[in-house]
Design a protein around this ligand. Structure first.
Ligand code: MF3
Ligand code: CO
Ligand code: CO
Length: 290
């Protein structure tokens, strides 16, 4: 690309004033194929306008999770929470990304106890004291996606359940702390996964995080286990989710053959998950949705 052409990132600036130095730095890096090191493609680099739009989607998404937090408790059915979240999103100018996504029938995912993810809200699913519950919401605002989930403990939960919920949050935070510009995707997985395994838990590997922003699921797939210094290089402008699913027992999962969505632990022991959308900045990371 010519120095005086408009930059490929869509900023409207000349290349020489935008990503020229960035590309020069990338060109200096020798990607070791045998370590699984991958060069990030231009198409997953967001410009300042894209980032601002994802940030705005993240604010609405966080508001929807806050709304759920106000209502959740024993005796509440999950369809009521789904409606409340959807109403919040639409009344703030957004749309749920999950509704009709590959045929998904509801606006949010609500996953209880041994349900790992993609639990479908239903008026017949009533939360009970002792449940641990993940609520996962993705908002589209002005064409941009932001994705986050939180755990909720219903009333008094067992010490083991509480520990799993807390440890899973630590895994997410350690994964995010390991991310940053010119680090590697494998650094995130290593930080998440080692913390879980050291504490006697298993990490779901069949599902993972993902690039997000201009679409729901973009490159790269984000594993929650890994080796430092491997995988895709993390560079400023990348937006991705860190969303570890951590199990008490086996890491193996099964998908409900009837509804085609609900993912459960194979041994029916507990699973927990937390998710944030993060931006790789020039100096570290910024949380865009939580
Ligand atoms: N929000 C989930 C994720 O973190 C995806 C849910 S897809 C759905 O990637 F269709 F089940 F809603
Ligand atoms: Co999500
Ligand atoms: Co996600």
């Amino acid at each position: 690309m010519n120095r005086n052409e408009l930059c490929w990132c869509g900023s409207g600036k000349k290349y020489k004033h935008c990503h020229l130095a960035f590309d020069a730095r990338l060109d200096e890096i020798r990607f070791d194929f045998f370590k699984g090191q991958v060069r990030p493609p231009h198409k997953i680099i967001n410009n300042a306008e894209d980032i601002e739009a994802i940030r705005r989607a993240g604010v609405v998404n966080g508001g929807a999770l806050d709304r759920v937090a106000e209502m959740i408790g024993p005796g509440v059915d999950t369809a009521t929470l789904d409606r409340a979240a959807d109403d919040y999103i639409t009344s703030h100018g957004g749309v749920s990304a999950c509704l009709d996504y590959e045929g998904y029938p509801k606006s949010v995912c609500i996953s209880i106890n041994d349900v790992v993810c993609h639990g479908i809200p239903s008026p017949d699913t009533i939360l009970r004291e002792g449940d641990i519950v993940n609520v996962d919401i993705t908002t589209i605002l002005d064409g941009y996606f932001a994705d986050a989930s939180r755990m909720f403990m219903i009333g008094e939960v067992s010490p083991a359940a509480r520990r799993l919920v807390e440890l899973t949050k630590e895994c997410m935070e350690l994964g995010i702390a390991a991310a940053g510009p010119w680090r590697w995707l494998g650094d995130i997985g290593d930080a998440c996964g080692s913390h879980a395994k050291k504490n006697g838990y298993s990490v779901v590997t069949a599902l993972g995080g993902h690039g997000v922003g201009k679409a729901f699921h973009l490159e790269p797939f984000v594993p929650h286990v890994g080796k430092p210094g491997t995988g895709m290089l993390l560079v400023p402008g990348m937006v991705l989710t860190v969303e570890p699913m951590i199990n008490e027992g086996t890491h193996k999962v099964t998908t409900d053959p009837v509804d085609g969505w609900t993912v459960r632990t194979k041994d029916h022991r507990l699973s927990a998950q937390w998710e944030k959308t993060i931006l790789i900045t020039e100096t570290g990371t910024e949380v865009l949705a939580s």
